[in-house]
Ligand binder design. Structure first.
Ligand code: FHN
Length: 439
């Protein structure tokens, strides 16, 4: 065995650690409840993302403070006092998510603007103290979710454009007019206390969805301490972090923003490496997260269904976003599409829920999902009569069109299975062929 220079080894390990974002919660062992929650999460496959904050008032997206160079005093003066969602009906939001076939909701407890959408005791910069509405919308949503068996996750921003102690500044929020000083550890204490409030005052929480780490990748975010607190307070709560890297120790799922796992069409995911945790991709229905009155670029229902199916084929959940309006309503374009996706899932959900990514690699024609020995071949874009698949490891015993007894003619070659698709049976959204595998 060759002897290694210990200094060199340490340097390499440290370099790897920095590249992986360590230190986080080193040595973390998920509890049995956490492992159970991870399996539930993977089975669930579809969730509703909600970006809602006082930034909904101007209706120009959640980055308006940064983009329009609004200072802290101006933002405080103009946004919270105008936020009065008198039409907010959490039961209706939950009913909408349920009818869409979604199993969980992830809502912003605090976005980058630093405004808490819950009754925080450690700060008065929150919905109860600063808005005419004066009610804890997250508490109301948590109650409605519990009644309907929908799990609730909180999106919480590490990054904060408002807090005076978020210092040194990162790459964004540089026009907020704050003094050039602050105690970052004090900021992190406040954030941890807010997280404690969320984990102790809102019942069982599905998990915490962090974002904004990327604002200062070089900073010591004390992630270990933060993650440990979450796992101690609620062992089943799943921790995820949208840092666009390989998961750090202490995380329970890996997320991908606006991209399927392993892809980078957005530039966010150029440093991502795939880990071994459950996957979730998030995306928008138009092109905005927070309410944007000028964004009419809505995806079609077909695009959304195909996105959900593709995500499942990549073994990932889809967390699909809406940005509610400042009066508490969700715009009809979103509501309509979600209802239509729900109709599709009612008929075909069996090929998505409770599945894992199938045995065949995703391809431009479509993807496969799998449940035991049943493989669902989702043909999303194929015009020809014959589709050649790589031959699965187990023999194919039968092939039928999903939901029917109608057989799909197929032949098995040495290295391929050829499906002969009936043009009359092709579905423009998703032609699903069920392969029964045997021994
Ligand atoms: O900056 C945020 C953005 O506002 C939004 O919350 C998305 C959701 O994935 N994440 C960030 C960008 O990475």
């Amino acid at each position: 065995m060759t002897r290694r220079n210990p200094v060199l080894v340490l340097a390499v390990l440290l370099a790897l650690g920095v590249a992986a974002g360590a230190p986080a919660q080193e040595g973390y062992t998920p509890s049995p409840d956490n492992l159970k929650a991870r399996a539930w999460f993977q089975d669930a496959r579809f969730g509703l993302f909600i970006h809602w904050g006082v930034y909904a008032v101007p209706g120009e997206g959640e980055w308006v403070m940064h983009q329009k160079r609004i200072t802290v005093p101006e933002y405080e003066r103009d946004m919270p006092p105008a936020f009065n969602p008198v039409k907010y009906d959490p039961a209706a939001w939950v009913a909408m998510a349920k009818a869409a076939g979604m199993k969980y909701i992830t809502i912003t407890s605090k976005h980058h603007d630093g405004f808490a959408m819950f009754d925080s005791k450690v700060s008065d910069y929150d919905i109860v103290e600063r808005t005419p509405y004066g009610k804890d919308v997250l508490k109301m949503l948590a109650d409605a979710c519990r009644k309907e068996g929908i799990k609730l996750f909180f999106y919480h921003s590490h990054l904060d454009w408002h807090h005076p102690d978020y210092f040194p500044r990162g790459r964004t929020g540089l026009f907020a007019g704050r003094e050039e000083k602050g105690d970052f550890n004090r900021y992190l204490d406040t954030m941890d206390t807010q997280l404690k409030e969320l984990l102790t005052g809102y019942g069982d929480i599905g998990g915490i969805w962090f974002d904004g780490w990327w604002d200062k990748p070089e900073a010591d975010w004390r992630l270990g301490r933060t993650y440990r607190q979450i796992h101690e307070l609620q062992p089943a709560a799943l921790v995820g972090n949208n840092h666009h890297r390989k998961p750090f120790p202490g995380e329970d799922f890996q997320m991908f923003e606006k991209d399927l796992p392993g892809h980078d069409t957005t530039g966010f995911n150029d440093k991502v490496e795939l880990g071994a945790l459950p996957f979730e991709m998030c995306d928008t229905i138009n092109n905005s997260w927070g309410y944007n009155k000028n964004d009419g670029s809505f995806k079609s229902t077909k695009q959304i269904v195909q996105l959900l199916v593709k995500a499942a084929g990549y073994d990932a959940n889809l967390l699909l976003n809406v940005g509610p309006r400042p009066d508490g309503t969700i715009q009809p374009e979103f509501v309509k599409r979600l209802a239509e996706v729900g109709e599709w899932l009612k008929a075909k959900g069996e090929t998505v829920y409770g599945t894992r990514g199938g045995p065949l690699p995703p391809r431009p024609w479509g993807v496969t999902t799998q449940k035991g020995d049943r493989v669902f071949v989702h043909v999303l874009d194929w015009k020809d009569a014959v589709l050649a698949l790589p031959r699965p490891a187990k023999p194919v015993k039968a092939a039928t069109y999903f939901g029917t007894a109608k057989p799909v003619r197929f032949t098995v070659e040495k290295d391929a299975v050829l499906l002969r698709l009936d043009p009359a049976a092709l579905d423009p959204v998703d032609t699903i062929v069920v392969l029964e595998l045997g021994r």
